[in-house]
Design a protein around this ligand. Structure first.
Ligand code: AP5
Length: 223
């Protein structure tokens, strides 16, 4: 396990780019929490609370959840004690107003974003990745071809049965991609202007991408 002081990372990229896959590995290596707004909100949907019912309506069709709802959930999570030395944000921010609110919250914390890792994968690869993704309730994720569990259909970590996410169907994936290009891709320009954008080629093998991201982080520490 490596330790880098105040490591506040954002993982940006289209649906299925590998944000979660890489964020989990970085979280384990640098001992900082992985915070996925998608996972947080899916947990809320499962709980069946009134807010969960509202979230389900947006998430099942692949449209973005309104900023005010996501921001409330995310800013609360950042207040938790495990975030004091850093975090990996996976799937947040997704709109310019979300990015601006986050920047203001971090100014108060006196801990600006260390780096925005932009994982680049062309649209034509995304459908293949997401229709063959399988998930576990414990947060682990697999791919039927590129990242197989040891036993078919069973999680390597907790032994539970794997499932397919409801938004990983061809039609919903197309909608998610369309929304990504309209509402989230402008963040590439936003962070490029702030000179903390680090693009990585998400078409490479999982371990190779991981090693490139670790190189970026290790160089940040020596700045
Ligand atoms: P969320 O859960 O964040 O989904 P997403 O951004 O669409 O991203 P994914 O989790 O689908 O993909 P990923 O990039 O993590 O890829 P993964 O590592 O799994 O959001 C879901 C919904 O919640 C949104 O549609 C929206 O409604 C709502 N939401 C969430 N955040 C929000 C926000 N901030 N604002 C508003 N609404 C929000 O990899 C994909 C597959 O590919 C896996 O099977 C994996 O094994 C495989 N894979 C990974 N890397 C590679 C590789 N290098 N080569 C081959 N295969 C690979």
């Amino acid at each position: 396990m490596s330790q880098v002081s105040n490591l506040d990372l954002i993982f940006l990229g289209p649906p299925g780019a590998g944000k979660g896959t890489q964020a989990r590995k970085i979280s384990a290596k640098y001992n900082i929490p992985q915070i996925s707004t998608g996972d947080l909100m899916r947990a809320s949907v499962l709980s069946g609370t009134p807010i969960g019912k509202k979230l389900k309506k947006y998430m099942s069709s692949g449209v973005l959840v309104p900023d005010e709802l996501v921001l409330e959930i995310l800013l609360d999570r950042l207040e938790e004690s495990d975030c004091q030395y850093g975090f990996v944000l996976d799937g947040f921010p997704r709109t310019v107003p979300q990015a601006e609110t986050l920047a203001n919250a971090l100014i108060k914390k006196k801990s600006p974003i260390s780096a925005v890792i932009s994982i680049e994968v062309p649209d034509e690869d995304i459908t293949k990745r997401l229709t063959a993704r399988r998930n576990c309730k414990c947060g682990a994720s697999y791919h039927l071809e590129f990242l197989k569990p040891k036993v078919e259909g069973v999680c390597d970590y907790c032994g539970k049965k794997l499932f397919q996410r409801k938004d990983d169907t061809k039609e919903v994936i197309e909608n998610r991609l369309c929304i990504y290009h309209k509402q989230t891709a402008p963040l590439i320009d936003f962070y490029q202007k702030q000179k903390n954008l680090y693009p990585v080629d998400g078409k490479k093998k999982i371990e190779m991408i991981f090693s490139e991201i670790c190189d970026i982080i290790n160089k940040l520490d020596s700045l």
